[in-house]
Design a protein around this ligand. Structure first.
Ligand code: WTA
Length: 630
């Protein structure tokens, strides 16, 4: 093919239309009509969806909107864990497999809905035995093992608020999250496994809780033999904790707006934000999106590769799929360990039908070549998913091709704050590789300028949502002002912080963040967090951090550092800076590159202009630099 032809093909964008058969099998066969109807009266639409779930007492108003504060399903009482478990255990689904967990060495643990229910009830009773009461916070710092899910659901059952912290975070990062939440309990494990290596978590917790006065107990899941020693009465073994607990525990009827969890995520300052989600609306949003986006049916086997330490794990491993009574597969470990056939092998072995993964993982697997997926029978797959960062058309095409060339890919756009998928295809919608397509039903998303005016086709602008949606965050924990910023940056809209354009068909093309948040392998990191870790190193006077495009992980971290007097640049010093970030923040924050520089570009008011650094790094024009000091 001539080069100009390739070029025009790219500009035009390929369109993949679903087969008649696929369309016929979907819940929503005519997206356009369904969407139009849903936004004519979003409250009626969401109210209808909520009726598919169980409520102890019905709501008397779907939405109370007091800009920018929302209350959904006002006056209703419900319980997330009840809807994830009891609702199914009451039916034949009690015998259905709820969770298949696969360990790094191929170990397997399988829970039916009845078994998961019993474990969760035991855990809830164990939580009660420690005197924990509705509204108390529990920090869960666990690797990807079923206990993570059990603990989350047990908290939900009682109206305790869980705060799951990704197990890759270091002690200071964990400590600040425990401190902010003022957790009374921390649940952890001795180790997690990563590429065959045991990652010791208990020492991290020891260090983190040493200064946390609110923490009364630490419960430890012991996986290794001999088990780590625990110091009673503060430290408790998970098995001992659960052993004698009764297997029944009533789910608390909770007001719809009762907080379900806090999840810390990165923003533009060094301090992470505690995003708060609630039982009622979040339940309805995650339930319906899981059902329609993946067209989830009774006999599906749903495999999501996320870690429950992040929001995708909360909404689309634990809550959304369980609300739908699905069978969930979750696997500890990396996609290329013990070899790059790991996930394809799991898909073939178990007959996975829905596979939800990330662009970074796809690009990583791409590097190992097509022979790996070719070795496995992937015909069970029905729907694919991608999340966390923009997927480039090349990776999209590869994923599509190696999985048989016919399975629709749902490129789902959303955020920790949004709680649920907001812009996404449905399996019945024509796909354009690289586009997250259109807003989900009931969601009014748009691309606007700074004043909130809708932009014409193909003009780049800001991704916003114009009306509240049920799973939206309700506040930032202990920081309502920071919450309001989302709704006050651009008038009358929720500003997501993403740059985006809409094409002539109304398809959304997300282009990355507009702010100082970066996405490394889909993990969300604030440049300010890395900078504050760096400046706490004794040799560092100032630091600036940027995200730099990277072929596999999307963005990589590059730091520019000014040294304090008396310190010299050396390979040892660079290593020491990296180690320091590792201890302060954790692996995900460690810069791939560090440049020692004599000065940094600043505005006259002293703010570092990361934009200028980035443009220079990429050899681009820095744009308007009139505010540059020097
Ligand atoms: C980015 C992850 C393009 C986006 C669920 C957003 C995406 C941030 C996509 C939120 C996608 C997520 N296409 N970009 N399909 N999905 N993003 O809070 O920049 O970890 O603002 O939530 O990820 O990251 P978070």
């Amino acid at each position: 093919m001539a080069d100009d032809k390739v070029d025009s093909l790219l500009k035009e964008g390929r369109v993949y239309r679903p087969s008649q058969e696929t369309v016929a099998s979907t819940y929503i066969q005519d997206y356009e009509t369904a969407y139009r109807e849903s936004i004519q009266n979003p409250e009626a639409f969401w109210g209808q969806a909520a009726k598919e779930l169980d409520w102890f007492t019905p709501w008397n108003k779907v939405l109370e909107w007091n800009y920018p504060w929302a209350k959904w399903f006002v006056g209703g009482t419900c319980n997330m864990a009840y809807n994830c478990l009891d609702r199914h255990v009451k039916t034949w689904r009690r015998h259905k497999v709820a969770v298949i967990w696969v360990g790094e060495k191929g170990e397997e643990r399988i829970f039916t809905y009845a078994e998961l229910y019993r474990q969760v009830c035991r855990c809830a009773n164990a939580l009660k035995s420690l005197g924990l009461r509705k509204g108390d916070r529990v920090t869960i710092y666990l690797p990807k093992i079923p206990e993570q899910m059990v603990a989350m659901l047990a908290c939900a059952r009682l109206g305790l608020i869980h705060s799951v912290v990704y197990s890759g975070f270091s002690a200071p990062a964990l400590e600040s999250r425990i401190q902010d939440a003022e957790s009374r309990l921390v649940i952890t494990a001795d180790v997690g496994y990563d590429r065959g290596k045991a990652i010791h978590l208990k020492p991290v917790v020891d260090q983190a809780v040493a200064h946390c006065r609110t923490v009364e107990h630490v419960v430890v899941v012991r996986r290794e033999q001999p088990g780590v020693t625990l110091s009673a009465p503060k430290e408790i073994d998970w098995e001992d904790w659960l052993r004698d607990q009764p297997v029944a525990c009533e789910a608390e009827p909770l007001d719809s707006e009762t907080p379900l969890y806090i999840l810390y995520t990165s923003g533009t300052t060094g301090k992470p934000k505690g995003v708060v989600h609630v039982h009622g609306g979040y339940m309805v949003g995650t339930y319906l999106t899981t059902k329609y986006v993946f067209n989830l049916k009774e006999d599906d086997l749903y495999f999501c590769v996320a870690d429950p330490g992040w929001v995708t794990g909360h909404s689309y491993i634990v809550y959304g799929p369980l609300l739908n009574g699905a069978t969930i597969l979750t696997a500890e470990g990396k996609p290329d360990y013990p070899n790059p056939g790991r996930w394809w092998d799991i898909i073939a072995k178990y007959g996975v039908t829905v596979f939800y993964t990330t662009p970074t993982a796809i690009r990583l697997l791409m590097r190992y070549g097509e022979d790996w997926p070719k070795k496995y029978d992937l015909t069970s797959l029905r729907v694919l998913g991608s999340v966390g960062e923009p997927i480039n058309p090349e990776a999209w095409e590869w994923f599509h091709r190696v999985t048989g060339g016919k399975k629709p890919i749902m490129d789902t756009w959303w955020q920790t704050e949004t709680g649920m998928i907001l812009v996404t295809p449905l399996p019945s919608v024509p796909l354009k590789p690289g586009s997250a397509t259109r807003p989900f039903l009931g969601v009014e998303a748009d691309v606007v300028d700074r004043e909130g005016k809708s932009l014409p086709a193909n003009a780049g602008g800001f991704a916003v949502v114009k009306k509240p949606w049920p799973a939206m965050m309700r506040t930032i924990y202990k920081d309502p002002d920071r919450y309001q910023v989302y709704w006050n940056t651009i008038p009358n809209c929720y500003t997501a912080g993403d740059v985006c354009r809409k094409d002539k068909d109304g398809y959304f093309w997300f282009m990355g963040r507009a702010d100082d948040v970066i996405k490394v392998a889909g993990n969300r990191i604030g440049t300010a967090e890395v900078e504050s870790a760096l400046v706490s190193h004794p040799a560092v006077a100032e630091a600036a951090v940027i995200g730099k495009p990277h072929p596999t992980v999307g963005e990589s971290i590059k730091a520019f550092v000014i040294l304090k007097q008396g310190h010299q640049e050396s390979p040892e010093l660079i290593q020491s800076l990296k180690n320091h970030v590792l201890t302060e923040l954790g692996k995900i924050g460690v810069p791939a590159e560090i440049d020692i520089v004599p000065s940094l570009p600043k505005t006259r008011s002293g703010k570092i202009m990361r934009r200028v650094l980035k443009a220079k790094e990429l050899g681009q024009d820095a744009g308007d630099i009139s505010t540059l000091e020097d």
